[in-house]
Design a protein around this ligand. Structure first.
Ligand code: ZN
Length: 223
């Protein structure tokens, strides 16, 4: 089975559309969380992810669509969530509240969670991928998001994958990121993809929406 994997869309509709257009044919599309936050199109991104993804897990921004003030220490996150809380209708908010913290995919062989299998909000950066092995006794692969850093590694026969961020990459490459997992081989394989999109259009929309100037600027830097 070929699994299309997206994560950390962060309300960047232009990047999400570019990824969906670029993605080769897959059997299922799944999302590792953070559909909303930061960028100007939370409602459109919720609708598109609901329509296209067969499984989505809850990201920390998704969890705070109703409670933007929890991010009052971080202006960019706070303003993005405030916009989302204003723009999302009750059905869209209800869908975000209903997202599970983790899911099992591909006949329970793949674990998908936004941050860390046990520690909420913990970042698993690429150098920490080997530390994930103890959490994978019951799975052949683990899909993570949250760091916005695209990376894959095979540790002791287990695939660990962060597809990177669709809507706000932070690994120095501003292009939108995603991955395709092939579950047939043992160990499973992941193909990492990057696609250019119209960053200037998103920056203009950020300004139009009154979001902090850094929200648009960072997209061009991939940070
Ligand atoms: Zn994120």
């Amino acid at each position: 089975m070929r699994l299309g994997v997206i994560s950390d869309i962060h309300a960047n509709l232009v990047a999400l559309e570019a990824v969906l257009e670029d993605m080769p044919p897959v059997d299922r599309l799944v999302c590792a969380g953070d559909v909303i936050g930061y960028n100007p199109w939370p409602a459109e991104c919720v609708d598109l992810v609901r329509e296209r993804c067969s499984a989505t897990v809850e990201g920390n921004h998704d969890r705070n669509a109703d409670t933007p003030n929890r991010y009052s220490m971080n202006e960019m996150a706070h303003e993005g969530l405030k916009l989302a809380s204003e723009e999302l209708n009750e059905g869209q908010l209800e869908w975000l509240r209903s997202l599970p913290r983790s899911v099992d995919l591909a006949d329970d062989r793949v674990l998908m969670v936004h941050d860390h299998p046990e520690h909420v909000d913990q970042y698993v950066r690429p150098h920490s991928f080997p530390k994930m092995r103890p959490y994978l006794d019951d799975h052949d692969a683990c899909i993570l998001g949250h760091t916005h850093e695209q990376h894959e590694a095979t540790i002791d026969g287990r695939l660990i994958l962060n597809p990177g961020s669709v809507g706000q990459p932070r690994d120095g490459d501003p292009r939108a990121a995603y991955a395709v997992v092939d579950t047939a081989p043992d160990p499973m394989t992941a193909h990492l993809h990057r696609v250019e999109y119209d960053i200037a259009a998103v920056q203009a929309a950020c300004r139009e929406a009154g979001l902090p100037s850094r929200t648009g600027e960072r997209l061009a830097q991939g940070r």
